[in-house]
Design a protein around this ligand. Structure first.
Ligand SMILES: [Fe+2]
Ligand SMILES: [Fe+2]
Length: 378
């Protein structure tokens, strides 16, 4: 196999924003029971057991003491009123909802509170389902990092993350099954991105795709949901997941900061392009088609409507998805490397203002909810 077969191939800017291309993705089949994708890269053994990477060592020590147990640390007997939870989430989406309803000929113009409540519950289940599938992606990617990263300190740390991600899959799956009545299949664009990351033969691209991009987006989305929800089980679940995720993104930042120093300009540019496209795909192509269709709106109409109301920089929720990615890319030197290509792109899509938001290497200790709770009890 040539290296081109195992390296990320950009979609092309035109395709990223093409209605037809987004609709075509819905035809992809990821299987009803399982999905297999080839893994790129070599399993690397190191004979250098010297613990020289202190940043990684520190993270590893914290990971060992901040483990929690999804079975006993969360109160699964909590009664969840799904309608109430969904209403909270919907309140945040009200401005987008109003813009969609106001479009000429909008099928949503006739929707009343009952339709919106139904939509809200389904949208909540859909989001939680994508979190679940994303967590499984993280579980598999971190297993791959254990194999492919050449540094012993990183293998140690990644091994703790495998355990963290298993726990995340477990708790999201349990919440969906016992509180929300089941799940949606994976969004094709999310799975395509995960597959790209797994197929890529360069070990640092697993980090870039998973630890920086997907986990960065997840950190922002979990943070948002954690802020708006008052459902106690979900709030605690997200608080604990978040404290792990912040450490995961920090792991990506610390590792890549070192590795990128040794890369050529061309290699760095490939990482910049990957970061930007992955961010756009996650921002623009996850359209909840399955939810809209269940609520009686066909996928083509809603895709066109969503395109129509899109203006760069005006949707604060969409923009906030970049609140972790941009400062972390800055910390990695990716914003200004070369001719500042990535800075220009982030400026074009209206998210460059996040560059000075706290980066996750600084933030992860503050987000360690498990340590905070133990300190209180002890
Ligand atoms: Fe996770
Ligand atoms: Fe994670």
């Amino acid at each position: 196999m040539s290296s081109a077969d195992t390296e990320f191939q950009p979609l092309g800017r035109a395709d990223v924003n093409a209605v037809e291309s987004i609709l075509a993705d819905d035809g992809l089949d990821f299987g009803a029971q399982s999905h297999a994708t080839p893994v790129g890269g070599d399993a690397v053994f190191t004979w250098d057991y010297e613990r020289t990477r202190h940043g990684l060592s520190k993270l590893y020590e914290r990971a060992k003491t901040s483990q929690w147990n999804g079975t006993t640390d969360l109160d699964w007997s909590t009664e969840v009123d799904v309608e109430k939870v969904a209403q909270f989430m919907q309140a945040a989406a009200a401005p987008i909802r109003a813009r969609l309803t106001d479009l000429p000929g909008s099928p949503l113009a006739s929707w009343g509170p009952a339709e919106w409540t139904h939509f809200g519950i389904e949208a909540f289940r859909w989001r939680m389902s994508q979190f679940l599938h994303g967590e499984q992606g993280a579980l598999v990617c971190t297993g791959k990092i254990v194999e492919t990263v050449p540094w012993i300190d990183a293998k140690y740390y990644a091994a703790t993350q495998v355990m963290d991600e298993a726990r995340h899959v477990e708790v999201f799956s349990r919440y969906l099954d016992t509180k929300l009545g089941g799940r949606y299949p994976v969004n094709p664009n999310l799975q395509l991105l995960i597959d790209d990351v797994i197929r890529d033969s360069r070990w640092d691209m697993t980090y870039m795709g998973m630890q920086i991009m997907i986990e960065g987006l997840a950190l922002a989305a979990f943070g948002f949901m954690h802020q708006v929800t008052e459902e106690p089980l979900l709030k605690k679940l997200l608080r604990y997941v978040l404290s792990d995720e912040a450490r995961h993104v920090a792991f990506g930042v610390v590792s890549l900061q070192e590795y990128y120093q040794g890369l050529s300009g061309t290699e760095i540019r490939e990482r910049q392009e990957f970061a930007f496209e992955a961010a756009l795909r996650m921002r623009d192509r996850l359209m909840m088609h399955a939810v809209w269709e269940r609520c009686g709106v066909d996928r083509e109409s809603i895709t066109r409507m969503l395109f129509e109301i899109r203006r760069p920089g005006v949707n604060p929720f969409q923009a906030s998805l970049f609140s972790k990615i941009v400062p972390n890319c800055k910390k990695l030197g990716l914003l200004d490397a070369g001719d500042g290509w990535l800075r220009d792109r982030f400026t074009e899509i209206g998210v460059i203002d996040f560059e000075d938001a706290p980066d996750t290497e600084v933030e992860y200790a503050l987000l360690d909810a498990v340590a905070a709770d133990r300190a209180q009890v002890g």
